[in-house]
Design a protein around this ligand. Structure first.
Ligand SMILES: [Cu+2]
Length: 158
């Protein structure tokens, strides 16, 4: 079979790129411990309102000096609606939903989580700027989705 010289070059170049990119994926997966984002922690959405950590959402200090904010996103409110956290400390948000898919975005920060019923979404951030941050749901969740919002207040460290 006769293959044109330039076509052969391009076939080798395309094959080389395939090997290069596949190698990059394997190297980052093995050496860099990179893995696709996934939820590994599950909860029963039917019982989170009455049992477990999500039955009493709120802010709690952790032993390592940080803060854990346990939250529920549900039709059409975040619980708690107003959160007060200290600046300069790692804040870990743990949030789940008892009903449908919601979003949890803290405007002005890099926190943007999808909140799926049955799963716990978690992210940690340290706030350096004092003041109020708007929390919005950015996944359409129903008729009053546009009213679903909360407030985060970052206060000076006590
Ligand atoms: Cu929504």
């Amino acid at each position: 079979m006769q293959v044109d010289r330039f076509e052969r070059y391009w076939m080798w170049a395309a094959s080389g790129m395939l090997v290069l990119f596949l190698g990059a994926i394997v190297i980052t997966a093995v050496a860099g411990s990179a893995h696709p984002p996934s939820h590994v922690e599950t909860v029963d959405p039917d019982t989170i309102r009455v049992a477990g950590e999500f039955a009493t959402p709120g802010v709690a200090a952790t032993a390592d000096g940080g803060v854990t904010v346990t939250m529920r996103a549900e039709f059409y409110v975040f619980r708690p609606e107003v959160i007060r956290v200290p600046a300069g400390k790692p804040i870990t948000f743990r949030i789940t939903s008892p009903d449908v898919l919601h979003g949890f975005q803290i405007v002005g920060s890099n926190i943007n989580l999808t909140v799926a019923p049955g799963y716990v979404s978690e992210a940690t951030v340290t706030f350096t700027r004092l003041g109020e941050y708007l929390i919005v749901c950015n996944e359409y969740c129903g008729l009053a989705h546009h009213l679903m919002q909360g407030k985060l207040i970052v206060e000076a460290r006590q």
